[in-house]
Every structure is written in C-alpha cells, then in structure tokens.
Design a protein around this ligand. Structure first.
Ligand code: HAM
Length: 420
C-alpha cells in the first residue's frame, strides 16, 4: 500500500525537537507568570467572520492564507491563523473585561496559514503570544517589550534579534497620512504591482509592506507615518521610548513596520534577525485599541505580541545553544524470568514514587543486549534480577560509567543509593 505522508508545509516534531520547543515555551511561560499573565486555551477553529473583521479583508492572511471550510452543518469556519482575534472574542464572551483591569493573558498555540512553505515558513506553525486588556498607558507597551527582551536574553538571542519599533498612529493621524500616501503613490501608479493598485483604494498603508522589489523601492521614499502623528500618538510613542531607554531595552525606529494585520494602531513592533534569510521576523505585535469594540465588546484599549517558536528555535540551533538535557535514566532493571518481572516492577514502582527515573527492560532481550540498550539510554546503573536475587531480596547495581558496583538489600536501600 502506498504510504501516506504529511501535508506540505507541516512538520513532525520528534522528541529532540519537542524538548527544545518545550524549553522555549517554558522560558516565556515562566516570565509571563512573573508579570501576572494567566493562560488561555482556546479553540483551534473559529467562525470565519471573526478573522475577516479583525485581521481585515485586505490583509494577506485573510485574503489568501486562511484555511476555511464549511463544516457538515454548513457553518463557515477557519483554522486560526493567529491568536489575537480568538483571545479578544474569548475575553468578551467570558466577561473577563468586567473584572479589575488590566487583564493579562498568554497562550501557546498552533496557527495555520496557507503560504508558500520554505525554511522558517510553515503552513502550521507555533506561537507564544500574550495580550493585555484595559491598559492605555505606554507603560503597558514598555512592559510587554521588556518581557520579550528578557526572554530573548534567556534564550541566548540578545545579539541576534533587533526590536524594530514604529507608530502607525490612530484614526485621526492616519487620515492625514493616508492622503499623503495616496498623493505620493498616485504619482507612481504605472510602477505599482497589480495588488498594490487595489491596495491604493482599500488600504494604501499595506503598500509599505509589499514584497515586490519595485513597490518596496518606491515605499522607501514614501511619506513617513512618524511625520504625521497627532499630539497624543506622538506623546505615547515618546513616553514609550523614554521608558525603554530608562530600562536599557534596545530598539530601532523603523517607519516601514506597518504589520500585516489590520487591527493595529499606535506603537507596533517586530523582533527581527538577519540570520534566517527571508523569514526575518521572529515576533511581532503592537496596540489594537479598537478591536475589542469592533468585535462587540465595550471599548477597551489592548495590546500584545506573538513569537514564532520554530523561528526562535532555528536561531538558537544556529547559535549552538545548549538546551538542558532530559533527566537521565538512573537505573535500568533487567528481569530474567517471570518471578523477577514482579520484583522488577515493584522496584521500578518504588523508584518512581521517589521521583527517580528508572526504566525496565520491556523487550526481554538477553542480558548482553539489555546492557547495550542501557548504555544507549546513558543509564547510570543497571541491575539484573534473576532467581537468586528474587530468593535473597539482594541485588547488585552495576555502575555503567565504570565506578563502583553496589550490592543492596530491598527497595529502601535502592532508593537511598539512587537519590542524588
Ligand atoms: P504575526 O507577525 O503575524 O503576528 O506573527 C507572529 C510571529 O509568528 C511572526 O513574527 C513569526 O515569527 C511567526 N510566524 C508567522 N507566520 C509564520 C509561518 N508561516 N511560519 C512560521 N512562523 C510564522 C500575529 O500573529 C499577531 N497575532 C501578534 C499579536 C499579538 N499582535 C497583538 N497581539
């Protein structure tokens, strides 16, 4: 029968890889807990209009990349392409904004985007994300950026990742800016790509994010949003920069950061690297003060970020980061005969209760082959339990690293010997 292989753009994470992901997620989780974030575990699919109304019809994510389908009942659903829209839906639906604010939430999720797979770009990928609801001060923006910066330091990526920061203003300043952009790109209509021509009408800001070489070159000389910020947006950005400076969080102002999703306003950012080729963003986020109201909640300022786990892991691998090794097997028990199996299981059970990693020969190989397997496991000790050991209750644990062998009497002595 023909073999069925995985879907293009998806990846199997085998134990060695999963251990790395778990480590990266653990660093973010423990920092998030320190900052007072609680965990959200939300559905993998949502009603399609949730994403259309949040990420926006003109975003690449909604217009080209969503995995959408009608379920058997005919409802239009979408596999989540990102976590923010679902988080906003959930906080509104569960009344979380009625409590004391701010409400700080994080999530570790898989996301689905139908894009062209390449190194660092998958169709199913993983994010660690965090969202803060109900805080309009720039202190909240600074706190999030500080959290990510500290996490990147812990992951050994301090010198590999740059924080690029911009403000895309509010509806007031963006109106003026939009006019300036239309005037500028209007003078270059013949040069723009097809997609950007339609972006001119719907959302000219998106042109700044176009990947086509000609549009990107034009975008470089386009008016800069930072020259159009209203007093409030200017003050918010300046306040944020002052806190980052005071905290020693490094950043670069980059007026080309406009983000690929439509819900943002005010400060937006990306964490970028020059070590992953075209997939340079390892994380991104910003403010989205209008989204809660847009999705039916009371107007609530909000902001957040998401980091790409695979991309962080690729960077750490490239750096030769030493992920902590899993706990090694302390003892490998080799039972010979049926009575020995019961004794082996009892010893293994006692060790497990004492939180000592013990494994038992389950394939019932010869002693020699079992020893080879114990070596492969990198076990500290191995013990053969045969009829004599069953009869006497005494057994010898062999030091696999060449040290002293120990003869022990019963489970209690074993536990004492194996406790580090
Ligand atoms: P995003 O920039 O679309 O933002 O995605 C965040 C990160 O996910 C990216 O920086 C990248 O590392 C990773 N990523 C995105 N697409 C792929 C892919 N196809 N393959 C591998 N990694 C990928 C958001 O998703 C927003 N929800 C972030 C946010 C939270 N904004 C406010 N709150």
């Amino acid at each position: 029968m023909a073999q069925i292989t995985k879907v293009r753009g998806t990846a199997d994470s085998l134990p060695e890889q999963s251990r790395k992901f778990e480590y990266i997620e653990g660093v973010f989780r423990s920092l998030a807990a320190e900052y007072g974030f609680g965990e959200l575990r939300l559905p993998t699919f949502e009603k399609t209009p949730l994403y259309q109304r949040s990420a926006g019809e003109t975003s690449d994510v909604v217009s080209k990349e969503m995995y959408s389908f009608a379920d058997n009942g005919g409802e239009q659903l979408t596999l989540r392409p990102e976590g923010t829209a679902g988080a906003v839906r959930a906080v509104i639906e569960n009344g979380l904004l009625a409590d004391a604010l701010p409400r700080k939430l994080f999530y570790t999720i898989s996301c689905f985007r139908y894009n062209r797979p390449q190194a660092g770009r998958l169709r199913e990928f993983h994010q660690f994300g965090a969202e803060v609801f109900g805080a309009d001060s720039w202190l909240a923006d600074a706190e999030l950026l500080c959290l990510v910066t500290r996490a990147l330091e812990k992951l050994g990526l301090k010198n590999d990742v740059t924080l690029r920061l911009n403000s895309i203003g509010c509806t007031t300043c963006r109106g003026e800016y939009r006019k300036a952009l239309l005037e500028y790109f209007g003078g270059h209509k013949q040069e723009l790509c097809e997609t950007c021509l339609s972006r001119m009408e719907k959302n000219p800001l998106r042109i700044l994010d176009c990947k086509s070489e000609i549009c990107a070159a034009l975008a470089k000389d386009a008016p800069k949003i930072t020259d159009y910020l209203c007093d409030d947006c200017r003050a918010h950005l300046d306040g944020l920069l002052a806190v980052l400076d005071a905290q020693g969080v490094g950043y670069e102002i980059d007026p080309m950061i406009v983000r690929g999703l439509d819900y943002y306003n005010g400060p937006v950012f990306e964490f970028v690297t020059d070590k992953l080729g075209a997939q340079s963003a390892v994380g991104g986020g910003g403010r989205y003060d209008g989204l809660v109201a847009e999705l039916g909640g009371n107007p609530t300022p909000a902001l957040g970020f998401a980091m790409g786990i695979e991309r962080l892991c690729m960077l750490m691998d490239a750096n030769g980061f030493e992920f902590p090794a899993p706990r090694r097997c302390r003892l490998f028990i080799i039972p010979m005969g049926d009575a020995a199996k019961t004794v082996a299981a009892r010893l293994a059970g006692a060790a497990a209760q004492a939180d000592i990693p013990v494994q038992t020969e389950l394939v019932l190989r010869s002693v020699k082959a079992s020893m080879r397997y114990a070596n492969k496991l990198d076990a500290d000790y191995a013990a053969v339990i045969g009829d004599d050991e069953v009869a006497s209750g005494c057994f010898t644990i062999k030091d696999m690293k060449g040290g002293e062998n120990l003869t022990l009497n019963g489970a209690d002595e074993l536990i004492k010997a194996l406790k580090l």
